[in-house]
Design a protein around this ligand. Structure first.
Ligand code: SF4
Ligand code: MG
Length: 272
């Protein structure tokens, strides 16, 4: 496996700083496989990350990389893509980064439909800063800021992205690493704002506090709770306690970069 991933890794930066059993490496491997599968030129790939444990991935990947500020990865990515539309731009964010601090940027980026590949590492908590509740912490789960259990409902990332206008939305888990690669690769092919949420385990800040066992137990939880959309269609109902994985939404809508280019061409011809 390492041989397959090696050409895309900054080996001089390893070993990584993630905790033993953290799911971030599995998600990162899925991203590499997707880029490889899509046949992208390594020099034309840009990885933009925000702040958080998962954001460290940009430092371990051998592409053009930018480790930016908390909640603002999408703004940097938007500027890069508008300035250099031929580049394939990937935006790596945690759940707090994408949906709390960067929540406003997220909905507006989705609305604009710029051709970006967004991957949200959803570990359901703020891991790096010690386990504060994020907008993805499930109700009743414990966090340092919710020691008796979270009282608020989390977002449903898929519904939020769809509602805000994202034209490709998928969900996977760290356990389903091959499916993660497949969905991200489909998102790369899609012309528009593509979001893949990956539910991943944080054994240290979330798992331990919530009695989820060791990292293997948390992967088993992901395997058992995930329901593939194709299976769900045959069942006709979504059984209680399950969440859907798969490509959950896709639509064609004019992409912002193309709209800007055609408006510019009309303007240059004097045809407004
Ligand atoms: Fe992973 Fe959690 Fe450790 Fe962060 S705190 S590296 S998310 S296990
Ligand atoms: Mg998080």
């Amino acid at each position: 496996m390492l041989t397959e991933l090696k050409p895309f890794l900054r080996l001089d930066r390893l070993p990584h700083i993630w905790c033993p059993g953290c799911g971030n490496g599995l998600v990162m491997a899925g991203i590499i496989r997707a880029i490889k599968r899509a046949g992208l030129n390594q020099d034309e790939v840009v990885i933009v990350s925000g702040i958080g444990c998962s954001a460290r991935a940009s430092g371990y990947l051998d592409f053009n990389t930018v480790h930016t500020t908390h909640g603002r990865a999408l703004t940097f990515a938007t500027g890069i893509k508008l300035a250099k539309p031929h580049l394939s731009v990937f935006v790596l964010m945690g759940d707090g980064d994408a949906l709390a601090i960067g929540g406003n940027h997220f909905i507006h980026a989705a609305r604009r439909n710029l051709d970006l590949n967004v991957i949200i590492f959803n570990n359901q908590i703020y891991g790096m800063t010690g386990g504060q509740a994020s907008p993805m912490t499930p109700a009743t789960s414990k966090a340092t800021t919710a020691p008796y259990g979270q009282l608020e409902q989390p977002f449903d990332t898929v519904e939020l992205a769809k509602g805000a206008g994202a034209t490709f939305v998928a969900r996977s888990t760290a356990y389903h690493t091959q499916l993660t690669a497949k969905f991200i690769a489909e998102g790369i092919k899609h012309k528009g704002f593509a979001v893949t949420e990956v539910i991943t385990q944080c054994p240290v800040a979330f798992g331990r506090r919530n009695g989820m066992g060791n990292p293997a137990d948390m992967l088993k939880w992901q395997k058992e709770r995930a329901l593939n959309i194709d299976v769900a269609k045959n069942l006709g109902v979504k059984p209680e306690g399950k969440f859907l994985i798969g490509i959950l939404h896709q639509e064609e809508r004019p992409e912002l970069g193309e709209l800007i280019a055609s408006q510019k061409a009309r303007w240059q011809k004097g045809d407004n």
